[in-house]
Design a binder for this molecule. Structure first.
Ligand code: ZN
Ligand code: ZN
Length: 488
């Protein structure tokens, strides 16, 4: 007879100087789940990395999983948060279900990675939830066809839903980064400039929607929602061909981590507003905008809709696709990740500063990333270039004792310069950084080599003297990027 597992408190884990791991059963009894398969060779402990220290007795953590903190300005990361009575930390969770948001869960297998530098006012560690169950066992008994309906802004009084009468049903294709943009609301275009602006956090979700009579019906009651979401899992004839954009704005930005997890999943969002959005003075498009009374619906069992993961016919000319691989090494504070099979993932600023779980040994899948063959004469590699439509999903946490990616410093001139280059040139500059650092080690400071927020370092001076000016261009996908939003 085994003892009941120990319950660890986050407050105590935060005091640990080293990463820790534990499960509800320390030695996987043969009657329960089989022992996990041995890690692939690339994940085994090496001279550089040891396996995370395992607690020698069965230990679980009990607490509540929540959306990102809603604060102004928004926190630097949009991670899920996990709280018990002693502390709150950033977390990521495998086998995520939107129904666990706001509920107490028992974390029965986990890694805890303390941050090396405590962020100001933030949590000092990252909880990787490998296995979990609901504390309330009745939640787990709800059938696979159960549809969870969750208000985007909890506890909102449903006072005026007259303008928020639209709903969108479709497959999530891409999720843009959270950005804070000056936003003005006006009754007409001419009033856009004069109306006062507020800084609004938000992100854009691109969905592939169905245009059949049923999906376009105005009616959106409970029967319709559960019928559409649950029935369609059996492949009942909808065809998701029409692209729609939903702008999750204001407090709804806290849903970013959830929406990222739901890429390729069928969802519905009801009580949306439809607005003409001005991205610049001359460029506008109609999109759905979340309101405080909007509700998000998803079926417990949601088969992944794979067409948006199509990666065949990739020639390496910038096509968008998906890739899954193990992180072998992390360079330039996480801006470049070396994956297995000579694949290099180059991240954007938003991505590399907001995903903590990108540790050496982690298996990630990257969605909507550009495949590039830089045709270097000296080596054969593939570059995966992230843009603002790219999302990274952690498929398996690293068993190795490797640190989290927490970016503290504001964007440097070098960072901005690198982002302005085509992907093959970005990798070249990153390699240049590492060789100049080696060459001048002991002679020049990092500041002189890399530059600061306001001053160019020698890397940037040297690189811009060698790169043709035509190389210095802008992002590949501008569609979802903007500096200004006007709503009429
Ligand atoms: Zn975080
Ligand atoms: Zn349909």
């Amino acid at each position: 007879m085994e003892d009941s597992p120990n319950i660890a408190r986050l407050g105590d884990l935060l005091r640990s100087p080293r990463p820790l791991t534990a499960t509800a059963s320390p030695h996987f009894p043969s009657t329960a789940s089989p022992p996990p398969p041995p890690p692939p060779p690339t994940l085994r402990a090496t001279d550089h990395h040891r396996i995370i220290t395992s607690l020698n007795r069965a230990t679980i953590i009990v607490g509540t999983l929540n959306l990102a903190a809603s604060s102004s300005p928004p926190p630097p990361c949009s991670c899920f948060r996990f709280s018990d009575s002693s502390a709150t930390v950033c977390c990521d969770v495998l086998r995520f279900q939107p129904s666990c948001i706001g509920k107490e869960i028992r974390v029965t297998a986990w890694n805890f990675i303390p941050f090396k530098h405590h962020r100001r006012g933030g949590s000092g560690g990252f909880l990787e939830i490998i296995q979990w169950s609901f504390s309330d066992s009745s939640e787990g008994l709800k059938g696979l066809h159960h549809v969870d309906s969750l208000p985007l802004v909890p506890n909102h009084r449903n006072d005026d839903s007259s303008k928020a009468q639209y709903h969108v049903f479709g497959v999530v294709e891409s999720v843009g980064p959270v950005s804070v943009v000056p936003c003005s609301m006006a009754v007409s275009i001419s009033a856009l400039n004069s109306s006062s602006k507020v800084n609004l956090p938000g992100f854009l979700v691109q969905l592939m929607c169905c245009e059949c009579r049923l999906c376009c019906s105005k009616e959106c009651n409970t029967d319709f929602i559960s019928g559409t979401l649950a029935e369609n899992q059996n492949g009942n004839g909808h065809s998701f061909t029409k692209m729609q954009i939903v702008y999750f704005c204001g407090n709804a930005y806290t849903w970013h981590a959830t929406m990222t997890k739901l890429i390729c999943t069928q969802i519905m969002v009801s009580s949306l507003k439809k607005k003409l959005i001005y991205i610049t003075k001359d460029e506008s498009r109609v999109m759905y905008v979340t309101a405080d009374m909007s509700v998000f619906h998803v079926c417990r069992f949601s088969e992944k809709w794979m067409p948006c993961l199509k990666s065949d016919n990739i020639m390496g000319k910038g096509e968008c696709g998906a890739y899954t691989g193990v992180i072998k090494d992390v360079y330039m504070q996480g801006m470049a990740l070396e994956l297995d099979h000579d694949v290099w993932l180059l991240l954007t600023d938003e991505l590399h500063s907001s995903v903590h779980g990108l540790r050496v040994g982690t298996i990630i899948s990257v969605r909507n990333v550009h495949f590039m063959d830089p045709k270097f004469s000296w080596t054969k590699i593939i570059i995966l270039g992230a843009c603002i439509k790219t999302s990274i999903i952690v498929e398996s946490f690293s068993p190795l004792e490797t640190g989290c990616n927490v970016v503290l410093q504001p964007r440097s001139m070098l960072g901005k310069f690198i982002q302005s280059l085509p992907f093959s040139a970005r990798l070249w500059v990153l390699l240049l950084v590492s060789s100049l650092r080696k060459k001048f080690a002991g002679f020049l400071s990092d500041k002189e080599i890399l530059g600061t927020q306001h001053k160019e370092g020698i890397v940037q001076m040297y690189a811009s003297s060698l790169l043709p000016p035509s190389m210095i261009q802008t992002e590949v996908c501008m569609v979802l990027s903007w500096g200004f939003v006007g709503m009429t």
